[in-house]
Design a protein around this ligand. Sequence first.
Ligand code: UDP
Length: 450
Amino acid sequence: MERGKRVSETHVMVFPSPVQSHINPMLQFSKRLISKGLKVTLVATTSIDAKSMPTSINIELIPDGLDRKEKKSVDASMQLFETVVSQSLPELIEKHSKSDHPANVLVYDASMPWAHGIAERLGLVGAAFFTQSCAVTAIYHYVSQGVEIPVKGPTLPMPFMPPLGIDDLPSFVKDPGSYPAVWSLISKQVSTFQKVKWALFNSFDKLEDEVVKWLANHQSVKTIGPTIPSMYLDKRLEDDKDYGLSLFKPNTDTCVTWLDTKDINSVVYVSFGSMASLGEEQMEELAWGLKRSNSYFLWVVRESEEEKLPTNFVEETSEKGLFVSWCHQVEVLAHKAVGCFMTHCGWNSTLEALSQGVPMIAMPCWADQPTNAKFVEDVWEVGVRVKVDEKGIAKREEIEECIREVMEGERGNEMKRNGEKWKELGKEAVDEGGSSDSNIEEFVAQLVCS
Ligand code: UDP
């Protein structure tokens, strides 16, 4: 059979966890597969409450048993999700097996290692998609080889990484008792992925060079990122300006209109992603730190966080600040008025800033964010990390100083130059023939032949 026909007959189901930061990269990866001629179905689950859906991709909904209004612990939600989806996902695949276009590949979120068994049982090629960095995955691997956790020493000596202090480790390694179900899932990830043929990472080789090589000794690693909407990177996917499936409603026009009135590199963009929640004291310190810096700022305060803002702060800072509940983050980062990004260092936010060359002020909260912050400051040299006091709070004076350093200091200029370098390398990776593009091509070629 000719290759073109085999390509168009390959049907890939892509299945992310129902959270914004997993949907975004897996949706972008789906668009890349479609651009190579494959048929793709994005599998979403019923608990997502989407405010916008992409039109360029076929989406199917399956039950997941979760109810967003019902408060359940992370552990209990994960258990329920696995139980319900272990039934509803096979049902969807079976339904398609009776159609003209049966699914033959399942790209599942690596945070659901149990999905690999579903692919195997139903005769599909299974590929794990990692929405975290290779470095974080390597740390999980390393500590699973028998390092005692919580880690006791002042540093974790990994040969291919900068010395990692306790506060640079993912929170699940620093304190594995905090979320027992997550730690047990990570252990399962490590053992499952030693065996899988395809492990796709939202990263690129030059960004994590040594780490990728080390990890490749232990499991398959194929970097396919950064998964940024193409018009902000290589511009090869026409009109691809937005992820497309949003669980929040963005105030896009408001942001751009406001940014258009500001000078180049004059605005601090502040956002802590879709999940992180700052304590009231931290929120207050951040607010006054921003005010003291005297910079313009655009601050994403999700509706659930609004009440933590100091009384009258929005009114008092209306000359300098714009507050929105959600924005089109990549578009904001790409705007010439934005001079730095105060971020929790979620992996997507980190990659988005790197790929737009925007320096960062890292204020990590939990999960993989401390490790991402370490790399931002010490490996990629595109940011500073705020120092915290004994209670873990970054005080207003510290926040002000970090903003001034990045916005006004010589070190800030150096970070901008480094940012430009990573931006170029990220673009190169996904451009035709780049390392990530070649890995996607190889993936497609193997699927077509299998
Ligand atoms: N995001 C956005 N608008 C916002 C804030 C965040 O579009 O106002 C997007 C951002 O572009 C990123 C995702 O939400 O793709 C957040 O993912 P990340 O991994 O940074 O953090 P998480 O939400 O997992 O904490």
